[in-house]
Design a protein around this ligand. Structure first.
Ligand code: ADP
Length: 524
């Protein structure tokens, strides 16, 4: 097909047809473009003068070309009288005479045929008649058409290669539902990854291959004039494979009045499968989370029940131990008394733990009762410090109390806040080595009171900082392995008490440098 539109072949035919008449050796087809003042060699009967752009014409040759009108036939029996451009060409092609015929319909281009001879032309050449002109006009017209068809063919090839390089499937369907074109991506998608044979020519609507596949419905709608965009379309190929396609089809009305459809397909199987997997994982996670919540609730209830059950006998035991220790102190063997003392210390500790667990349970249930009264912040802080000073002294630690500005009183449950601050200061002493330094500070900040407890102890790793206020959370560090009485209840209780006052607590810490706990509570 391509061969029949070859302009060079046309030039060769021209040359042989002209040979008896004009004794031509070389026929060339040129195009002059006014906007770029350039000349392009479009075709030649001889392959030697290469096709493409050639040197720009000099000024006088340019004026000569511009001066010519359609249908001009110029004779140059020897090239000495020709414009310099023709003389130059003549030299490079090895010809000594030329006939140049011009003709063009467009304003910005002039097409020309040059018929040239190796030998100098004699005068007989000039005896040219209307018939020859007619012939040349026709030849130029045919050459132009051939050139145009060649260009269109090239464009078609370009479109075809864009078509095949496109990262998506492209498909064209005629009014009956027949696939008239599809790139290889579309062919592969229509087989769910396995390219189908003979797709082009297959009918999506009437054939068996695509019946019930999913795409048949989309095509039917599109040919009915509706633009369709179907995401995650479940597509069943003729081999039974399932994949997911995103199909966007557009109706295209033809000049005949019939409706065609053109569309793009994208294989979204991977994405859809991942999405399904994600949905399943989300479901599993939600179930696991609900189960965790259920277990957590059970745990809280268990702690609650156990604490309540333990509290009563423990209270009774403490009472008896108290009685024995005071009333029968003198009547008892000192060995028994010492044992009794140990039992009492452990019972008190157990009682404290049970109380702490009950506090946590109350906080979680929102049942912690806060009774606010106007109280001195300074007295609160000093009370907490003096309760803990003996412990610090045992470890040769200093506790500094600093006040910034005039710290006034605040409406608070002083007993509960005392417990909260005591937990934090007690930690500072416990988690700071012997000889360490602790600072307890307070500052008036308008509507709030700021209290901080700073130590230069072991600090808290970054990964634990977020969880430090969670109940039962303790830092798993080697240097803490000897601290057996850690429960992870002091900080959650302190947090609960402070938050129940409408305040907040947070911590800044660096391992081996120390920690600082900040507490802010409103004054009223
Ligand atoms: P407990 O001290 O009874 O374990 P807490 O809730 O008071 O419970 O503290 C939880 C954990 O936080 C502690 O076990 C300890 O690992 C860490 N921690 C608390 N305060 C400090 C501090 N000042 N310095 C270093 N670690 C601390």
């Amino acid at each position: 097909m391509q061969d029949s539109y070859d302009t060079s072949k046309m030039c060769a035919i021209l040359r042989s047809e002209m040979a008896p008449l004009l004794k031509s050796d070389l026929v060339l087809f040129f195009r002059y473009r006014r906007d770029s003042a350039s000349i392009e060699l479009l075709a030649s009967s001889d392959p030697t003068p290469h096709l493409g752009s050639i040197a720009a014409p000099d000024q006088s040759s340019l004026e000569w070309i511009e001066g010519l009108v359609d249908d001009d036939l110029m004779w140059f029996p020897d090239l000495s009288s020709a414009p310099s451009l023709l003389q130059e060409w003549g030299k490079s092609w090895g010809v000594s005479s030329m006939a140049v015929f011009f003709g063009s319909e467009a304003d910005d281009i002039k097409d020309m045929i040059i018929i040239s001879r190796r030998e100098r032309q004699d005068e007989s050449w000039k005896k040219i008649d209307e018939e020859l002109l007619e012939f040349l006009r026709g030849a130029l017209f045919v050459l132009e058409i051939y050139y145009l068809i060649n260009e269109i063919d090239k464009m078609k090839t370009d479109i075809q290669s864009v078509f095949s390089l496109a990262p998506v499937g492209i498909i064209m369907i005629d009014s009956t539902g027949m696939i008239i074109n599809a790139n290889k991506q579309a062919i592969s998608m229509l087989g769910c990854g396995i390219p189908l044979d003979d797709v082009i020519g297959d009918n999506i609507l009437s054939g068996n291959r695509f019946k019930g596949s999913g795409i048949d419905e989309v095509v039917r709608k599109t040919l009915g004039g509706e633009e369709t965009d179907t995401e995650n379309m479940r597509f069943k190929s003729s081999s039974g494979r399932i994949c997911y396609l995103h199909a966007r089809l557009q109706p295209v009305p033809m000049m005949s009045g019939k409706m065609h459809a053109i569309g793009v397909l994208a294989d979204v199987t991977q994405r859809v499968r991942l999405q399904h997997q994600l949905e399943r994982s989300y479901q599993t996670l939600t179930e696991a989370f609900q189960e965790l919540q259920r277990v957590d609730k059970m745990k809280t209830r268990f702690i609650d029940v156990v604490s309540h059950e333990l509290r009563t006998p423990l209270t009774v035991m403490r009472g008896y131990l108290e009685l024995l220790g005071s009333e029968y102190k003198d009547k008892m063997d000192p060995k028994v008394l010492s044992k009794l003392q140990t039992i009492k210390v452990n019972t008190d500790r157990l009682y404290d733990i049970v109380e702490s667990m009950l506090d946590v349970a109350r906080i979680e249930k929102g049942a912690m009762e806060i009774t606010k009264q106007e109280s001195s912040v300074r007295a609160l802080v000093e009370g907490v410090v003096s309760s803990q000073r003996p412990l610090a002294q045992e470890k040769h630690q200093e506790i500094d109390v600093v006040t910034i500005g005039e710290v006034s009183s605040a409406r608070m449950d002083a007993k509960k806040l005392h417990d909260a601050l005591k937990n934090i200061l007690n930690n500072a002493i416990r988690y700071t080595p012997e000889g360490g330094k602790i600072q307890v500070g307070m500052a008036d900040e308008g509507k709030m009171v700021h209290i901080w407890i700073r130590d230069n102890g072991i600090g808290i790793p970054l990964s634990d900082l977020e969880k430090i206020f969670d109940r039962f959370h303790i830092v798993a560090a080697k240097e803490l392995s000897h601290q057996v009485d850690r429960m992870g209840l002091g900080l959650p209780i302190a947090k609960g008490i402070i938050e129940n006052h409408g305040g907040k607590i947070w911590v800044e810490s660096e391992p081996d440098k120390g920690s600082i706990f900040h507490i802010k509570i409103p004054k009223d």
